[in-house]
Design a protein around this ligand. Sequence first.
Ligand code: WQD
Length: 338
Amino acid sequence: MSILVTGATGFIGSHFCVEALAQGLDLVLVDNFENSSEKVLDKIELLTGVKPDFHQVDLRDTEKLESLFKDYSFESVVHFAGYKAVGESSADPLMYYRNNIVGSLNLLEMMKRYEVNNLVFSSSATVYSDPVFNPYTEEHRKLPINPYGNTKSMFEDIMQDYAAANPHFSAVPLRYFNPIGAHPSGEMGEDPKGIPNNLMPFITKVAVGQLKELQVFGDDYDTVDGTGVRDYIHVMDLAEGHIRAIAFAENNTGYTPINLGAGKGYSVLEVIKAFEQQNNTSVPYKVVARRAGDLAQYWADATRAKDLLDWETQLTIEDMVKDSWGWQKKYPNGFNDC
Ligand code: WQD
């Protein structure tokens, strides 16, 4: 029985595929290449020695999606596909709802039609928003403050309602904190189009000389040094968390949201310092005004992941900054250099 992987050539999806194929899982990869490069498929084969089945399918195309479910017998689905830029989601909410909600609903309806009962979903800590308490447990109330976060929270709710109505179904939304890092080989990594929104790809673009300096969004927060504190998690630790979640989904039923985070936070300045020291390079920066919508600090309570998946992060912030740099230094223009 195969595992369907949507968004398989994206940042998180591709690193999951490399790790899962290396562990012998039988995957069928799907992506529409809207936000990823098809060169990632060559990298997956390079790093695993496996050329998995791939189909270029958009989840909004129900006919092509159904042909997949007719051709394969899926045991489980790992659903990464979705738009993820917070600012873009506020600028064009309908694009986000059509892609992230309608696409995911098409997938779930096809799972129902073909009796596929295990779904691991790429969710996000962004569903929690302003912390009532830190660290966030899975019981923390959800209050997304942007359309991107709304799409993640809404599809979680759709999964919960469907699981309640279908006792054989297992729904596991994984709430990521801040994924960074890259494959330790330096052959794959984060490759955002245009100017990066997120901290780590911006840092690596400055370090490699493609951007002049990092703008630090505020140093007047009530945190260790005034800059924003986040729970960074290595993308390879995140990949392993999904592999454990598939096994859990296949051996349980019901709706089980799980945080995937390190359980500790680092400030922007601490990340810059770790990057410079680990990689013996400099990251020029300038403190500017806060970014609208940013929170001061939050990190994960990852107890449930340890209890249910026997999973916890293994890689350190030093591993994360080393591997992020290893990828960017080798390929300054990302997959365009490959
Ligand atoms: C991290 C810290 C910024 C860029 C977002 C999404 C979240 C998830 C991860 C998908 C903050 C600071 C950043 C910069 C900076 N994505 N920063 N200068 O905002 O915590 O989370 O990405 O699931 O859903 O909301 O991540 O990397 O943008 O910011 O000072 O150029 O770095 O203020 O404190 P964020 P981020």
